[in-house]
Ligand binder design. Structure first.
Ligand SMILES: Nc1nc2c(c(=O)[nH]1)N[C@H]1C(S)=C(S)[C@@H](COP(=O)(O)O)O[C@H]1N2
Ligand SMILES: [Mo]
Length: 353
């Protein structure tokens, strides 16, 4: 390792001087319909984008990441330095929680599966040497502007130390083998496999080790939700992804004249999908699909051949995943509600409407 890889820390706030342009305003590139997401690796063109306050142009030559806070050896590192450190690649599903301003009661399918390359965050934290009392790593993005009626001078998120030190969390500079584009958060972003996209700070400029949760509207006001634990409602951060799935074959409206239909799709969750059940009779009976074992943090393909009713007409196929903890997708009313696809059952020889 070259001795100039780790540079002295920058003066307070100086890491923010590399912004050379901004496109203000909320930006959403919607995902294609589930039936169009048939490749195991989602291309950059097919992958959704979510940007709250506007994207930024970063001067990558002058860019530096500052690592400071409750550490014995604060430092900064530039892009060449980061690229000199041993790199790691990990394939992971990538899912947006949805807008924090509206109720999360519908499945939006803002999801894909991509390969990230970069340096494990743990390597940078080991070099910095954590002080006692370190509980969270705050991550800052270079974007600023307005969202949800508030003005902010940065995007800021946090990770608990346990996740920050896990082998999968990366300070990433490539997606699918290519440098991160401007909209993806280039030159460098945080990647937190298994957790919602909101935690993956783009245009990363600072990692600060702290002894409490971050003081940003993106952690205090937005991206928290209620869940029930032993009869009590607990408000907690939008971190780990719950089980979810989508049917990619058949597509809605497909006409099927065979006696059975081949169903395929993707299922994912933070701790992996253990089974996926399919129904063609409105959730009265279920048939288990074959589910590919999880590799890294990838989404998992499921496949099954389902018999179809003898009579012609519309048939709804419902898919429902269960994860390694036994948590199961609800049938409706939540952001991870079960997907259903309606096809048209024809009898051989009959005509399409
Ligand atoms: N700096 C910054 N990072 C950010 C955001 C943002 O607005 N600013 N959006 C977050 C959200 S909500 C999601 S879902 C992911 C989306 O990443 P993508 O646009 O590359 O798919 O980036 C996250 N990182
Ligand atoms: Mo998101």
């Amino acid at each position: 390792m070259n001795s100039s890889t780790f540079l002295p820390p920058l003066p307070e706030g100086a890491e923010r001087s590399v912004v050379v342009g901004r496109s203000p305003g909320f930006h959403l590139k919607p995902p294609p319909a589930p039936a169009a997401l048939r490749d195991v690796i989602t291309s950059d063109a097919q992958l959704f984008e979510t940007i709250h306050m506007g994207s930024v142009d970063v001067d990558a030559k002058r860019w530096r990441l500052q690592v400071d806070g409750l550490v014995r050896r604060p430092f900064s590192i530039d892009l060449d330095g980061l690229r000199r450190l041993p790199s790691v690649s990990i394939t992971a599903f990538h899912e947006c929680f949805g807008s924090p301003l509206v109720p999360a009661d519908d499945n939006l399918w803002r999801v894909g599966n991509v390969r990230w390359t970069g340096v494990p965050l743990a390597v940078l934290l080991e070099h910095a040497q954590l002080e006692t009392g370190a509980t969270h790593v705050w991550s800052d993005g270079l974007d600023s502007g307005e969202f949800g009626g508030r003005k902010m001078n940065r995007y800021r998120k946090d990770l608990p130390i346990s996740k920050a030190l896990s082998h999968e969390v990366l300070v990433a500079y490539e997606m699918n083998g290519a440098p991160l584009t401007r909209e993806r958060g280039g030159p460098v972003r945080l990647v937190v496999p298994g957790w919602f996209g909101t935690n993956m700070t783009k245009w990363l400029c600072r990692l600060s080790v702290q002894g409490r949760r971050a003081n940003s509207p993106f952690t205090t006001v937005w991206y928290n939700r209620d869940s029930e634990h032993e009869g009590k409602v607990i408000r907690g951060p939008v971190w780990a992804v719950e089980p979810n799935s989508m049917i990619t074959h058949p597509a809605p409206g497909d006409t099927i004249s065979a006696d059975d239909v081949k169903v395929k799709g993707w299922a994912w969750s933070n701790n992996g999908i253990s089974s996926l059940a399919l129904s063609t009779d409105g959730a009265a009976t279920w048939q288990l699909a074959k589910v590919r074992p999880r590799r890294e943090f990838e989404w998992q393909q499921f496949a099954a051949t389902l018999p179809l009713p003898r009579s012609p007409g519309p048939v709804s196929i419902i898919a429902r995943a269960r994860d390694a903890d036994g948590s199961i997708q609800p049938l409706s009313g939540t952001r991870n509600a079960a997907h259903s696809v309606q096809i048209d059952r024809l009898l051989p020889g009959s005509k399409t409407a």
